[in-house]
Ligand binder design. Structure first.
Ligand SMILES: Nc1nc2c(ncn2[C@@H]2O[C@H](COP(=O)(O)OP(=O)(O)OP(=O)(O)O)[C@@H](O)[C@H]2O)c(=O)[nH]1
Ligand SMILES: [Mg+2]
Length: 201
């Protein structure tokens, strides 16, 4: 039925594997935002949209595991960027697709996965990436897990840039220009403070 997407086809992946250099190297997903770990906002928004959820983290895996979902580290290891986290999630996902979101974007909309999914179907693409009207938002993406071999080969060549992998795939975009808050992400301590103010009742 138009306007719907098969939840059972999608595993949500929360990318929490970064170094958070702009936040002083803390584990960003675990940073407290109005008394709750940042990753929890993302998990709560994504979970109703997918069948399974995976948290991709390279540190504090046992703390992330308390969220109740599978935790996977990057493969290959070594902080090579979000593509490595996507690859390890694609390897273990038991659904045909993964939908990725970063752990530092607390305003994931309830229709994120559905819109990505519909854009992918409409374009007969293997990847759908969110577009904010000005630029691609590459860590908000729906990816066909059958492209794992392509991604592994890309990483094995020493490539790291997410846009470059997308460029070589059958990639389409999903327009989220009506929803700029989706892409608000917390990179610095100042971002945490301003978002806490936004979340004030
Ligand atoms: N799995 C994985 N995810 C990463 C890696 N680097 C960044 N990310 C994720 O990509 C998303 C967006 O990245 P940034 O906001 O730049 O986060 P970051 O790289 O931790 O922070 P900075 O070092 O300040 O840029 C976040 O969800 C990060 O967790 C990585 O090496 N591996
Ligand atoms: Mg960020």
């Amino acid at each position: 039925m138009p306007g719907q997407h098969p939840h059972e086809d999608v595993t949500g992946v929360v990318l929490a594997g970064g170094l958070a250099r702009r936040m002083g190297g803390v584990d960003k997903g675990l940073v407290s935002v109005r008394g709750r770990e940042l990753v929890r906002y993302v998990v709560e928004a994504l979970q109703p949209q997918v069948r399974d959820l995976i948290v991709n983290a390279n540190r504090n895996q046992e703390i992330y595991a308390r969220l109740g979902f599978r935790v996977v580290a990057d493969a290959p290891p070594g902080f090579h960027g979000p593509l490595a986290g996507m690859a390890s999630a694609m390897r273990v996902a038991s659904t045909p697709f993964i939908a990725t979101v970063p752990c530092d974007s607390p305003f994931v909309p309830a229709d994120l996965v559905g819109r990505l999914y519909r854009a992918r179907v409409a374009a007969n693409a293997t990847i759908a990436v969110a577009h904010d009207g000005e630029r691609l938002q590459p860590v908000f993406a729906l990816i066909d897990c059958r492209r794992l071999d392509s991604l592994v080969a890309f990483l094995a060549r020493g490539e790291r840039k997410i846009d470059r992998w997308y460029d070589g795939e059958r990639t389409t975009t999903a327009d989220f220009s009506d929803s700029p808050r989706t892409f608000l992400n917390l990179n610095t301590p100042e971002d945490v403070a301003s978002t806490e103010a936004l979340l004030m009742p």
